[in-house]
Design a protein around this ligand. Structure first.
Ligand SMILES: O=C(O)CCC(=O)C(=O)O
Length: 285
């Protein structure tokens, strides 16, 4: 009974403020599996750097928190700012398809839930403008960069998730939200060098509400795709590793070329991603 009340309180917060936080969702073995899977992606980068002669060593003993930064220290503009199709790794299945998380998502979206075709790992390196995501609503990106079909982005039944793989604090670039802005409709977005940005004037009425979303590994923030958010700059010497992904009511169009993958379904349970191997066999499509 207490659990149901707790979930209801979170859903109320989602409707009123546009977000809620779940603490300690991912167990230590899930986190260490995810981190070692990401380290394999770093290995791949390191080997390419050695082959191209940009570095002498793959720095395999450097900690996860600093290795990618040390590898690219002298050529930061060539460092990867995100991984997407590469995320079909078995160790990420327990993160994307975590039952407790999906229970909350189903309570918001209904019985047909897809993992939306927009899932990203971000290694936010220190002083790396390519990873500095500016104030935006996710709906702004769908409208500006991806929308190839008819449809209203503000009506997409969509829930965003963000989780860190290292403690995320103000100093290393945690997320910031403007609570309540999911009710403001689609705000203007302008193209900057790497990302879209909502101009300062359009954010003025909401500025005094800004909150820092400081999370530890294992914690998750669930938020509305129309909520204004950004990532702060990383002012430390190590990497702010994080992953973000989205779920959508699978009865709706994605408004993208890709269709994503079913996470829960009462209608066609045979099409739901079944297990880590099934996830690893699928593609970003
Ligand atoms: O991780 C960040 O800094 C930004 C992520 C983001 O904008 C998102 O999850 O939609």
């Amino acid at each position: 009974m207490a659990l149901v009340t707790e979930q209801a309180r979170r859903l109320d917060q989602f409707h009123e403020q546009g977000y809620f936080i779940l603490r300690e969702v991912f167990a230590p073995d899930v986190l260490s599996g995810a981190r070692s899977a990401l380290n394999r992606l770093v290995d791949r980068q390191a080997q390419e750097l050695v082959v191209s002669g940009l570095v002498e060593s793959t720095l395999e003993h450097e900690p996860f928190e600093t290795r990618l930064y040390q590898l690219y220290r002298n050529c930061l503009d060539q460092a990867p700012d995100n991984w997407r199709p590469e995320l079909h790794l078995p160790e990420l299945y327990p993160v994307f398809f975590h039952p407790f998380l999906l229970d909350h998502v189903s309570a918001l979206l209904g019985t047909e839930v897809r993992l939306y075709p927009n899932y990203t790992v971000r290694p936010k390196l220190p002083d790396h403008p390519q990873t500095l995501v500016l104030w935006h609503q996710d709906g702004g990106y769908t409208e500006h960069w991806h929308k190839s079909r008819e449809g209203d982005v503000s009506q997409l039944g969509m829930v965003n998730i963000w989780t860190p793989f290292v403690p995320a604090r103000k100093a290393n670039g945690c997320m910031q939200f403007l609570p309540g802005t999911h009710l403001a409709g689609l705000l203007p977005h302008v193209q900057r060098e790497f990302y879209l940005e909502i101009p300062a004037g359009a954010l003025e009425p909401y500025r005094d509400k800004v909150i820092d979303i400081e999370l530890d590994p294992g914690d998750v923030v669930v938020f509305h795709n129309m909520l204004c958010h950004r990532g702060l700059p990383n002012q430390t010497n190590s990497i702010r590793w994080s992953m973000d992904w989205r779920y959508q009511d699978a009865r709706q169009p994605t408004l993208r070329d890709e269709q994503g993958h079913l996470a829960r379904s009462a209608k066609t349970p045979e099409h739901v991603v079944q297990d880590p191997d099934d996830w690893a066999r699928r593609r970003f499509s």
